[in-house]
Structures are given as C-alpha cells and as structure tokens.
Design a protein around this ligand. Structure first.
Ligand code: NAD
Ligand code: TDX
Length: 362
C-alpha cells in the first residue's frame, strides 16, 4: 500500500523534522496541514520545495470543513497530530490559544478522523492510525528521584500541560468509545535545528552568539530530560509503523541535566566553535532571573517500553546533539535572523501570573 500521511503542525519544530524525514529518507507521501502561527515557518520545509511527495496546506485544525475535504481528497493511511501551542511561558501569558488549539482543535480533528475512518473499508480501514503527539509534562513534576512511565497518573500543572493532558484524554475517549485506532506518544524536552528561539536551548545559543544575557529561571537547578529531535522523529515512525493501537509510549533520552548545566554547556560549545574576540568566556553572560510561575522541578522518562517493544533507542548523545545544534544556528542565520527582527526578539515571557498562587491544589 502506498502510505500517505497527514501531518498537522508540520511547519513547526518537530513537525518539520518529521516531514523532512518522511519525504527525504523514507517513502511516504505527506500532506502538511499548518495554520502558520508565530511558531510555524515554511522556511523549515524549503528543502522539500518541488518534491512531488510533499504538499503544504495552510489551514487550522479547527476548520472541520477543510479537514473533511482534505481527508476525502488525500485519503491518508496515517494522521500524525503535532499541531499545538507548545510554549509553557506563553500559556501563562495567554491560555486561550492553548485551550482552542490543543483541546478544541484536537476534538475537531478527532471528529473528522473518526468519520473518515468509518468510511474506509478492507485493508485501508485495518491499517489506519491516528497518532497523537504529546508531552511528559502531562505527568506533572518529579522530586529528586523516580521517572515517569506509561502508568504514571496525570497531574498537569501549567495551562500548556493541562491542555495537552485534556487532548490525551480526548484521544483515549475516541479509542474506547468509538474504536478509533489511536497511538499516543509522550516525549521529553526536544532540542535541535529549526527550534523557535523562545525555548531554552535556541534562546541561550542566540543570546550567547549576540553577547546578550542568558536568562536562567530561579536557581537553574530544575531538571529536564533532553532528546535530540531526530531521535524523537525515529521514535514516532517506529510507533505509527509498529506500535499497538490503544497504547501510549513514553519517549526520552535518559539524559537529565539541570538548566544551569545546559546553558554552561552551550556557552562552552560556542566559545570553542566561535570564540569571542578579546571578550570574556560566555559563561559570564549567564544571568539568574525571576522564576517561572509554577515552574515544574524535574522531568525524567523511563523509555523502557518503546525500547523493549519496538527496538527504539536514541542515537545522539547530548554532547554530539548539542554541538550539531550549535553549529546549525551558527550556519543558518538566514533562518533565525528574520524571527528575531520580526515575531520574537528574545524578550522574557510568562510573568503575567501572580507569583503568590497556592503551590498545591488538593
Ligand atoms: P511548535 O510550536 O514548534 O510547532 C507547532 C506547529 O503547530 C506550528 O507550526 C504552528 O503553526 C502549528 N499550529 C498551531 N496551532 C495550529 C492550528 N490551530 N492549526 C494548525 N496548525 C497549528 O511545536 P513543537 O515543539 O514542534 O511541538 C510539536 C508537538 O510536540 C506539540 O504537540 C508539542 O506539545 C509536542 N511536544 C513538544 C516537545 C518539545 O520539546 N518541543 C516535547 C514533547 C512534545
Ligand atoms: O529563558 C529561559 N530560561 C530558563 O531557565 C527559558 C525559555 C526556559 N528556562 C527553563 C524553564 C525550564 O525549566 O528551562 C527549562 C526549559 O524551558 P523550555 O525550553 O521553555 O521548555 P519546557 O518548559 O521544559 O517545555 C518543553 O518541553 C516539553 C517544550 O516547550 C514543550 O513543548 C514540551 O512539551
């Protein structure tokens, strides 16, 4: 069967890495649906221009008529759903877009997918998959020990993670109630080329490069489990090709770092690849700033299930992945410069919420 994939959010960071992989290194025909919010960027798909196996449509996942028409015309075997509002700090400043895209948008897409799937027959109906891409943040925050697994109870704490948790629940409901063949993946923090510079790693690289302060929230001791984006992409492909429907898979790099360790490593890498002429080492740019309201302390993933059941493992170490990433930003100013001069100049986001909010809600 000629595999056709509809990728929502395919002009974003992870979505564009997935689309580039599927078209350039695998044999899929891909339809990218993306509304091109501030985070969507057609330049991330430039490498596919003129490729007959890729088509881009600008549109919103909440537009049921458009999605229905695209499903009927393109007749995908797989839908991979990555369209989302994805930045925690923006969800503090303005939760509404997160409710709209992550919850209402996922609901609308599920309705259209279920109708389309019911209309399929034979091998096409058996092979169809709806793959929802989610995050480890739905499980809340860890103390100094333990890791998230597929059985960890949901405990989201930011408007972003709550909206992603809601979307996960909707996807499960469509599987249990309507029989839709779904897969869910919950991944840890991604980094790599083409990431919008509101996120920690690209922000630190670009500030380090420009010699401006590198903001570290609070003590810098919050921990994230970092995964190179192409390793996430290979995990996604393993899951929609071989995963068991109705199941979720956690994806992570077993690579825990404090935020301070991350920015120090970025400073050192930049100093090595592009020394500051006569200037002090870039670590001197690190600046501790007011903490993120409700800042989750630690995320860590037990990826044993996807490793054991589907044979996936990350191929990039943090050192090699970070160096690739820093080199990419050094060599691709024409990608990031228009962003800094247009939609986002690197300013602090996410301080709108009152800082005296109760710590726990029980
Ligand atoms: P991103 O913000 O870079 O990209 C999101 C894309 O979705 C953008 O291209 C945007 O234009 C598009 N979009 C937003 N609203 C839309 C709408 N209503 N209709 C159509 N398109 C819309 O995000 P990302 O970092 O690539 O994340 C992709 C997915 O992976 C998200 O679901 C996110 O929750 C999840 N995820 C991200 C990470 C991470 O570290 N970045 C980790 C785990 C999971
Ligand atoms: O300037 C900063 N300084 C800083 O200390 C920024 C932008 C962040 N931070 C801290 C906050 C976090 O502890 O760094 C850590 C990483 O922050 P982000 O890059 O904003 O990522 P995070 O909040 O961990 O969420 C990310 O991983 C899970 C993605 O943005 C989500 O989409 C994904 O679901």
């Amino acid at each position: 069967m000629n595999s056709r994939i509809l990728v929502t959010g395919g002009a974003g960071f992870i979505g564009s890495a997935l689309v580039r992989y599927l078209v350039k290194y695998a044999d899929y025909s891909v339809l990218t649906l993306d509304s091109l919010t501030y985070a969507g960027n057609l330049r991330s798909l430039e490498a596919l221009e003129g490729n007959a196996r890729h088509r881009f449509v600008k549109g919103d996942i909440r537009d049921g008529d458009l999605v229905r028409a695209l499903l009927e015309e393109f007749r995908p075997n797989i839908i991979t759903h990555l369209a989302a509002e994805s930045h925690v700090d923006r969800s503090i400043d303005g939760p509404s877009a997160f409710i709209q895209t992550n919850i209402v948008g996922t609901y609308s897409l599920l309705e259209q997918a279920a109708t389309y799937w019911k209309g399929l027959s034979g091998a096409e109906r058996v092979a169809f998959r709806f793959h929802h891409i989610s995050t480890d943040e739905v499980f809340g925050s860890l103390g100094s020990i333990g890791r998230f697994s597929e059985t960890t109870p949901y405990d989201p704490r930011s408007p972003y993670s709550a909206s992603k948790a809601a979307s996960d629940h909707l996807v499960r409901a469509w599987a249990h109630t309507f029989g839709l063949p779904v897969l869910i993946t919950n991944c840890s923090n991604n980094y790599g080329p083409y990431q919008f510079p509101e996120k920690l790693i690209p922000l630190a690289i670009l500030n380090g490069l420009r010699g401006t302060p590198i903001p570290v929230y609070g003590t810098g001791l919050n921990v994230r489990d970092w995964l190179f984006v192409d390793d996430h992409v290979r995990a996604l492909v393993r899951v929609f090709e071989a995963g068991q429907t109705g199941q979720s898979y956690l994806v992570g790099g077993s690579n825990e770092q404090t935020n301070l360790q991350v920015v120090q490593a970025i400073c050192d890498c930049l100093d090595q690849l592009k020394p500051r002429l006569g200037g002090p080492p870039r670590r001197e740019l690190i600046s501790f700033v007011q903490d993120r309201p409700g800042h989750d302390q630690r995320y860590a993933i037990d990826a044993g299930k996807i490793m054991h059941d589907l044979g996936w493992k990350p191929s990039e170490t943090f050192e090699s992945g970070l160096e690739r990433t820093v080199r990419w930003y050094l060599e691709n100013e024409d990608w990031w410069r228009p962003i800094l001069e247009g939609t986002y100049a690197g300013q602090r986001l996410g301080l709108m919420a009152p800082t005296n909010a109760p710590e726990e809600f029980s």
